[in-house]
Ligand binder design. Structure first.
Ligand SMILES: Nc1nc2c(ncn2[C@@H]2O[C@H](COP(=O)(O)OP(=O)(O)OP(=O)(O)O)[C@@H](O)[C@H]2O)c(=O)[nH]1
Ligand SMILES: [Mg+2]
Length: 421
């Protein structure tokens, strides 16, 4: 009866390993940057928490993890249904699917050598899958986060990647030392040693091997020059901590001028930069909670529905002008660029071909965020290991067609999994 490909135990374990790392624990987006750029303000605006914000460096010391949401167009209306999410929530036709956001201490140049709050704070970023680099585009904070004027945000963009690369290099060098000290047995390959040493960065042997090949440094670390080591460290960092830049404090004129200059500078055209105002997002969400406006996070407009003072109205109208100019506050957009554009995460709805409602009366209660190139079978494993083990085929609920184990899922697929058990 099993007409479809069933993985061997070893294949299953490898795949489950990956899934446990990313799916079951859900995605983690890390906020990085020098002090006073607005990481905590962005965190609070996205998660509606109240971690301390302050116009002085190192306001944040201990990391915070909160729940943020990414928007996915709901699939239920295509089936003439209204969904009832049990995970996240629905606003109009938009599903807000939860993801984790991490706020950490600010980094200053030399952090990897212990400057500022030092190296241990870098490790707070270990478990993150993708980074949002928050940059103060207003230029009113210097490279260490102290108040100034006319600081060039380009400097911040440069230093942060350098700092992360040096951090990776330090860990990589420890792995090379261990390898060369003969601590490991002779048969061990360098990629094995490095994968173990760098496992906290969510990498593995295959990935290291691929990156050694891609950087062309060769498999004998005794031959590696300092520049080779840095190149490899950088390649591993780029792979395991891809990054989007948020141009924050865009509600100020100075930030808008810098944004215009940097986004038209050919040296920076390869970067993904999202213009944002953490303050505007927070203000709109707070006004919504107070019943003053109706605002759906990420939207390009809002409606005033309550009584407002003249001053409040003026503030809100200023934010409306901002939304008109930049399309949105940028907070939602940055989270979505990080997960969907940079990581290539695919949202998939578990459904049923015979009407979307499940036996608990819920309509499309869940939406899974799957790693790029996930197959129908990976999706089954993400539902439950037993469902993956018993996978027969899946049904695309829109077309009612069967799809096999190796079918690559597409964004907003609605799939039912048929199993042997
Ligand atoms: N104009 C403007 N100011 C902002 C915005 N976001 C944050 N700020 C201000 O920038 C300062 C620093 O904000 P925080 O959120 O504490 O910055 P941080 O990056 O978490 O700082 P550390 O925890 O010290 O690393 C505060 O005075 C905020 O009010 C924004 O969108 N616009
Ligand atoms: Mg902070």
């Amino acid at each position: 009866m099993l007409r479809y490909y069933v993985p061997t135990k070893a294949q299953r374990e490898t795949r489950l390993g990956t899934l446990c790392g990313t799916l079951v624990m859900s995605y983690r987006i890390g906020l990085v940057g020098k002090p006073s750029v607005g990481k905590s303000s962005f965190f609070n605006a996205a998660t509606m928490n109240d971690v301390p914000e302050g116009a002085y460096p190192f306001t944040t010391i201990d990391p915070s993890i909160g729940e943020a949401y990414v928007r996915v167009e709901d699939a239920a209306p295509e089936f003439d249904e209204v969904s009832t999410p049990t995970v996240g929530f629905l606003r109009g036709d938009v599903r807000f699917v939860p993801t984790k956001l991490v706020d950490v201490a600010g980094l200053i140049p030399g952090a990897h050598e212990g400057n500022g709050l030092g190296n241990q704070f870098l490790t707070d970023l270990n478990e993150t899958d993708v980074l949002i680099h928050v940059v103060d585009f207003s230029g009113t904070t210097d490279i260490e986060g102290e108040a100034t004027e006319g600081h060039d945000p380009r400097e911040d963009i440069e230093f942060l990647t350098e700092e992360l690369d040096q951090w990776y290099l330090g860990v990589l060098e420890k792995g090379i030392e261990r390898y060369e000290s003969g601590y490991t047995t002779e048969e061990d390959a360098i990629e094995e040693e490095l994968a173990e040493q760098m496992s906290a960065f969510k990498t593995n042997e295959d990935e290291i091997k691929r990156l050694i090949r891609r950087t062309d440094v060769g498999f004998d670390p005794t031959e590696w020059e300092p520049a080779d080591k840095l190149e490899l460290a950088r390649a591993i960092r780029k792979e395991t901590k891809p990054m989007v830049i948020v141009a924050n404090k865009m509600d100020t004129e100075a930030a808008q001028e810098n944004y215009e200059a940097i986004t038209t500078d050919p040296d920076y055209e390869d970067l993904t930069i999202v213009p944002a105002s953490a303050h505007a997002e927070r203000a709109l969400k707070s006004a919504e909670q107070a019943g003053v406006i109706e605002y759906r996070p990420g939207d390009s407009d809002f409606e005033i529905v309550g009584d407002v003072s003249g001053e409040q109205e003026q503030g809100l109208e200023q934010i409306r002008d901002f939304l008109e100019e930049y399309g949105a506050t940028g907070v939602q957009a940055a989270l979505e660029v990080a997960l969907f554009d940079i990581l290539g995460v695919t949202p998939v709805f578990p459904g049923s071909a015979n009407g979307l409602e499940n036996d608990r009366g819920e309509v499309l209660p869940d939406c899974y965020l799957l790693p790029p190139q996930s197959t129908a079978e990976d999706f089954a494993y993400s539902l439950h290991s037993d469902i993956g083990d018993g996978f027969l085929h899946a049904i695309d609920c829109r077309s009612n067609r069967q799809v096999g184990a190796s079918y690559e899922v597409e964004p907003r697929d609605v799939l039912e999994v048929i199993t042997t058990n």
